[in-house]
Design a protein. Structure first.
Length: 120
């Protein structure tokens, strides 16, 4: 999409690009709440998000291969999402292309995050 693409009213495309993800989160969460009579807490997971999406669901940051480069960039990305208010986020790890030592690194990181969030 060209950077100078404009919507009606002169709004740049990049300002509204992920608003669809926000409304998807909101509609799905509200639909699940309505279906459950307000008794169930909905679990909504999406790759697209917009400011305010953390009120309605979780974020999945995309596919990764199990290699060191993806591990290296995923940690700051997940931590940054936590700082912005999206407290439940994660990565998908594609294990068909894994290196054994990197697999151990992912496992170590997952255990570190779980233990740090459980209060131990």
């Amino acid at each position: 999409m060209p950077r100078d693409a404009l919507h009606l009213g002169g709004i740049e495309y990049r300002e509204l690009h992920n608003s669809y993800g926000y409304y998807f989160h909101m509609a799905t969460s509200n639909g699940l709440l309505k279906r459950g009579g307000g008794n169930d807490r909905p679990f909504v997971l999406s790759r697209a998000f917009f400011p305010g999406s953390q009120r309605y669901g979780s974020v999945w940051t995309g596919d990764n291969t199990a290699d060191w480069d993806h591990l290296r960039v995923s940690v700051p990305m997940i931590l940054t999402l936590g700082l912005t208010g999206i407290s439940f986020s994660g990565k998908w790890i594609f294990f068909l292309t894994y290196h054994l030592y990197c697999f151990d690194g992912w496992s170590w990181l997952i255990n570190l995050v779980i233990s740090s969030n459980s209060g131990f």
